[in-house]
Design a protein around this ligand. Structure first.
Ligand code: PEP
Length: 253
């Protein structure tokens, strides 16, 4: 059975406790749109607070360390996130790959740690403007995913992919629905190759990069798009739920 569209907000390094009211508003709205699965990844400092405030939406984090614990000043383990109420973690986001020099190998180790701690994983991938212009975007993304994804036998349930072309993140310049459909089709083939037909065809492939209420319908309607990972537009309940509503409308036909 196809899964519900998955609309996930990535608050990045935004949000203090004053933002809990937005999380509550998102949660209330999500209760009216049960055909869509809505989730939020606030900064670490708000994971537990958001978890306590909401009833319907999923709560997750934006990164984790690959070790279970130890002398890693400033880091957070997957088990700590689970203890704080997180159900999933976003890994391999381009801002971490670029700002923190995260390699595919490190992202792979983080994903293994997250799965071992019982979390679901949203694995990000995406090419730079330079790679796209060179015509090698598809190969780049396939190589990135092959190297970042660990073996697992329940990928359909516990894994989502977020295709986020770097040039579309926070720029207001979303990819075209044709480009998205083409890349998502290639990702689907790779998932079936890695995890088998049954599991690989269940994994939701989210699109991320300047998704807004006014372009959501078109992007979410593209082939093989199972949801969206949303940055800027997830910071207010109004714009975020505008995107979730577009997903709900598409579900209803
Ligand atoms: C993101 O960083 O995951 C993202 C998609 O950001 P934005 O929606 O702001 O482009």
């Amino acid at each position: 059975m196809p899964q519900r569209p998955y609309i996930v907000g990535n608050w990045k390094m935004h949000g203090t406790r004053a933002m809990l009211s937005e999380a509550r508003a998102i949660d209330r709205a999500a209760q009216r749109h049960m055909k869509v699965e809505v989730a939020l990844a606030p900064p670490y400092t708000l994971v537990h607070a958001v978890h306590r405030e909401v009833e319907q939406i999923g709560v997750g984090a934006q990164d984790c360390h690959p070790a279970e614990g130890g002398a890693h000043t400033g880091d957070i383990s997957a088990a700590m996130l689970a203890d704080a109420g997180a159900k999933f973690v976003i890994l391999g986001h381009s801002e971490r790959r670029v700002d923190h020099g995260e390699s595919n190998e490190l992202v792979h180790a983080k994903a293994k740690a997250a799965l071992d701690a019982g979390l679901r994983v949203i694995m990000c991938c995406g090419e730079s403007d330079k790679v796209r212009t060179s015509g090698k975007a598809e190969k780049f993304v396939m190589d990135q995913l092959r190297a970042s994804l660990p073996a697992m036998d329940d990928a359909g349930e516990r894994l989502s992919i977020a295709y986020e072309p770097i040039w579309a993140i926070g720029t207001g310049k979303a990819a075209t629905s044709e480009d998205v459909a083409q890349m998502h089709g290639a990702i689907r083939k790779l998932l079936i190759d890695m995890f088998g037909e049954e599991q690989g065809s269940e994994v939701r492939i989210l699109y991320g990069g300047s998704v807004k209420p006014d372009n959501a319908r078109e992007l979410l309607g593209a082939a093989e798009v199972g949801g969206a990972l949303v940055g800027g537009a997830s910071l207010t309940a109004d714009s975020f739920m505008g995107i979730a509503l577009a997903a709900a409308d598409l579900q209803e036909g």
